[in-house]
Design a protein around this ligand. Structure first.
Ligand code: ATP
Length: 256
């Protein structure tokens, strides 16, 4: 990994980039994953590389859903495996969710490499290699495990593809997406849309789970019932606009 000095103004963003590049070198992240990361970085820049208030609300609601779920599953792709393997394992552990590897550019070798990578970060069993059930999609992301995503009631899909997100929602599942683009098809179709970097979102969710685990089912249900996903998406767009206005103001550029 290239040495990035801690006092570099773009330290967090550059470390994330390094981790993704390392993921490609290790054969767990696809080349296309690099491009997806680039799009994410651009949106993160626009939002100010911070967790906005509405994202924290969505993260709490996501945790409430995971804690009331009967069969929660966290879907793992090549980008999240490279960026946040330890956090994925921790969140699965404390919420009782299963981990399942699911890839757009699927190959048995890459699935096994990701499973081994998660195990090296402390995971017990990881689903995804069976592929014994199918969502009705024309591409390979439709291949899932019967005892995982196929029969899950709540699915956390960090960095999801829009078609699959829509399909999971159509199947009656609660779908929690983490996506920095508030306007992606994934963001617009998920039940809960977390507009935050996956690196911050998972850490926040681990923190909230530790707090909310003590809550009763009734209290968790109240958190869920008070939630409005459209408002959260609108708030993310507003946050981007305000951040840009502030940047412009700081540089003496008139906002028209
Ligand atoms: P959709 O099919 O939902 O419209 P898309 O085609 O725009 O999505 P994909 O290539 O399927 O995008 O997935 C990449 C998505 O993940 C982008 O919306 C991007 O903003 C987001 N993304 C990339 N990196 C991160 C990250 N580190 N944290 C959160 N979101 C990210």
């Amino acid at each position: 990994m290239t040495h990035i000095p801690k006092d570099h103004p773009r330290y967090a963003s550059l470390i994330t980039r390094e981790k993704i590049a390392e993921g490609v070198q290790m054969g767990i992240t696809s080349l296309q994953g690099l491009v997806a990361q680039g799009r994410g970085e651009a949106f993160d820049y626009l939002i100010g590389e911070r967790t906005i208030e509405s994202a924290a609300i969505a993260e709490r609601v996501a945790v409430a859903y995971l804690l009331v779920a009967k069969r929660p599953v966290i879907s793992v792709n090549g980008n999240t495996a490279a960026l946040v393997p330890g956090a994925l394992v921790s969140l699965a552990d404390i919420t009782g969710a299963k981990l399942e590897v699911n890839l757009f550019h699927r190959s048995d070798a890459r699935i096994h490499r990701i499973i081994e990578h998660l195990k090296a970060h402390g995971a017990g069993s990881v689903l995804g290699s069976r592929g014994d059930a199918r969502l009705y999609l024309s591409h390979e992301r439709g291949i899932v495990d019967k005892e995982g995503i196929y029969t899950a009631d709540v699915v956390l899909v960090p960095l999801e593809d829009g078609d699959r997100c829509q399909k999971l929602v159509e199947m009656g599942k609660i779908v929690i997406a983490i996506d920095l683009n508030p306007l992606s098809r994934t963001s617009l179709s998920a039940t809960v849309t977390i507009v935050d970097n996956v690196t911050r979102a998972l850490e926040n969710m681990i923190h909230f789970t530790k707090e909310m685990k003590k809550n009763s089912q009734k209290q968790l249900q109240e958190v869920i019932d008070s939630y409005d996903n459209k408002k959260v998406i609108a708030d993310a767009m507003y946050a981007i606009q305000e951040h840009l206005k502030n940047l412009a103001g700081r540089e003496g550029i008139e906002w028209i």
